[in-house]
Design a protein around this ligand. Structure first.
Ligand code: HEC
Length: 281
């Protein structure tokens, strides 16, 4: 019985991993900045300025941002559109049907996206968002002019393009080919230049004894810009992670006290136990 239950649990775990993986693009690990208020505030600013026109976050109120150290005046001045009030929910004017019609796929609400995209025992949703937002490249064959290495043919355009700066994207796939009963290996590489025009090259690999694999590379025009962009996206992903579970800061703080209390109580219980049994033994 127990074996059966364990089997079912293992199966359901592997299924979630497989389903969430979607594309086999390896996810980068986002820096852990959940206790960094400056990072969360920068993330909130980027979120309101770059995402909140298409995506809503209907589980979040603007004044909840006081939890990450912003004052109501700062929220009012820097983050609110003139018609919004500080107690309002983060809704948007665009209707779902319009989003569907304009982009081909409606932009999802982002309130809990960082939890929705997490994989049991695997990468977190914050890792997903961090990698996804840094995986856009120009592709002239797509309607929006953009493509994404994590989510191929995504309907979302690269809204952070001005922060990202020009990039060249290439992927190289090393694969086995059977020709005239003989096995050969070849490497097919595709490069998209910063304008989105692509070029494909195939080279035959003599004497290659390896495995099939795919390598991807994003080359930025400027390294300084790449570092700044990675940093901003890490803050934005961090904010989405906080928004999906705003009470995690408090929960972790309480958790430390609970553990301290339990540790102390253990000592008390141990000594009490010894005192009670002293005369009986
Ligand atoms: C111009 C409108 C637009 C803006 C602005 C925009 N998005 Fe999107 N986004 C979309 C659309 C459309 C989709 C649905 C894509 C699909 O299903 O193909 C989407 C999907 C997503 C997804 C889900 C991807 C997945 O794997 O399902 C995430 C995460 C996301 N957006 C994050 C962001 C963030 C963060 C920002 C701000 C930096 C942002 N978006 C700004 C239009 C937009």
């Amino acid at each position: 019985m127990i074996k059966k239950l364990l089997g079912a649990l293992a199966l359901s775990l592997t299924c979630t991993v497989a389903a969430a993986a979607g594309s086999d693009y390896p996810l980068d690990r986002a820096p852990d900045r959940i206790n960094n208020m400056a990072s969360l505030q920068n993330g909130a600013k980027l979120f309101v300025n770059y995402c909140l026109n298409c995506h809503s976050a209907v589980s979040m109120r603007y004044n909840k941002l006081t939890d990450i150290g912003l004052t109501e005046e700062e929220i009012q001045k820097n983050l609110l559109f003139t018609t919004d009030k500080v107690g309002d929910l983060m809704t948007i004017a665009m209707r779902r049907q319009d989003g569907q019609a304009w982009f081909g796929s409606a932009p999802p609400d982002l309130s809990v996206i960082a939890r929705a995209k997490s994989v049991n025992l695997g990468p977190t949703g914050v890792d997903y968002v961090y990698t996804f937002l840094r995986a856009f490249y120009r592709d002239t064959s797509k309607l929006s002019g953009w493509n994404n290495a994590v989510f191929p043919s995504v309907a979302m355009p690269n809204v952070l393009w001005n922060l990202q700066g020009p990039v060249t994207y290439s992927n190289a796939h090393t694969q086995r080919v059977e020709k005239d009963g003989k096995t050969d290996w070849e490497r097919v590489s595709t490069t998209f230049d910063p304008q989105g025009f692509s070029e494909q090259k195939t080279e035959v690999l003599a004497n290659y004894r390896g495995v099939e694999k795919t390598e991807v590379l994003f080359k930025y025009a400027s390294q300084a810009n790449q570092a700044k962009f990675d940093n901003d996206v890490a803050d934005l992903a961090n904010f989405l992670g906080w928004m999906a579970e705003p009470d995690q800061l408090l929960r972790k703080k309480i958790g430390v006290w609970v553990l301290l209390f339990l540790g102390l109580f253990l000592v008390v219980a141990w000594r009490l136990n010894a005192a009670y049994w002293k005369h009986i033994k």
